[in-house]
Design a binder for this molecule. Sequence first.
Ligand code: LLP
Length: 409
Amino acid sequence: MNYIRLRKNNLYVDNISTLKLVKKYETPFYCYSLSQLKNNYYRFNNAFKEIEPIICFSVKSNANLNLLRELKKMGAGADVVSIGELFKAIKAGINPNKIVFSGIGKTEKEIKAAIKKNILLINIESESEANLINSISKKFSKKTSIGIRLNPNVTGKTHQKISTGGKDEKFGLVYKDFINLCKKINKMKNLHLKGISVHIGSQITSVEPFKKVLIIIDKIINKTKINFEFIDLGGGMGISYLKKEKQINLKKYAKLVNKFLKNKDSKIIFEPGRFIIGNAGILITKIIYIKKSNNRNFVILDAGMNNLMRPALYNAHHEIVSLKKTGKSLRENFKFVGPVCESSDKFSDKKNFSNIREGEYVALLNVGAYGMSLSSNYNTRPTIAEVMVSGSKHKIIKKRQSLENLINN
Ligand code: LLP
């Protein structure tokens, strides 16, 4: 079900026309559909209902406090990678016993906070980290629950910059090192090894790489004879950004996991980000100018790479639509660009588009994940507002940064 769609030639989010929203909120702004968010979450939950996994929403994909609160109400836990994300998840009301802490570079301060909060698992990625957590836990007279992140040497077909499961990447421990560390951890009195975790990358649309990962985890379990209480399969489930691109087949993935879990009494953890929030968000932006040059129309928007980094970072495609579809489209070249002083500050090109004019509005689609969370103050531009639509209601869930705040530091 799509809650962000054209209705009577206007772009709607739930029951609200985006044309109404631009009258009320200053552009550019992010806008989320709560119905879409719920739909995605429950679809994920349903696909895996047989095994009742712990769904730890990956906060890095979108750290808006209000959205985290909504996810908490649906039953989500959190996957965090910094003390900021940890405290935000807790502030959103997420129970620490549903929080996993990932990342290769956790600092002493972050580890102390995670131990004090009694989170579900700290997923460690090196022997040095194990030693540090052990010694801090000793000082606190605690036994800390940890998982070890495996580097399975499996890569999904995705952008090279968001692939994490290859043996040459910095993430996790390769097979041999994993086995050795399990033995060493057994001797560390203040650690309780409860989990194995893995995350091979993001925006993976085929289940094949996940299948390979399950085979390797089985191999590890057979070798170590450890009955892991938790098997954390990470995130990475891909969505459809292009018409021809299919989102991951969750039912197929669930079948594999159900089979894998037979004869095991482990609990599965997932860390989805993009699948849950990706298509629930759009970026609404105004056309400041249209400049004709060399048979092209440069459509200059008030949103730029400072608001949405994905095209500049990964050549990512985000569909652009006009908020109001007018009659016939023009068969001309359109280049949608931002105001930032960099030539990489551009969005998608179009070979035909609505007959748009300066002062009108367009929306970039599927930007709920890694949109706002990757944004910056580059060119000393404020971070923008986030608006949430729920049915026929809409409200600001994060204010646009004020100019005063922007220039005073
Ligand atoms: N778990 C771990 C350990 C991760 O590193 C990530 C993402 C996730 C879960 C969530 O992955 P997801 O389900 O969202 O694919 N900025 C990039 C994506 C970077 C992903 C980093 N790790 C982008 O805009 O495509």
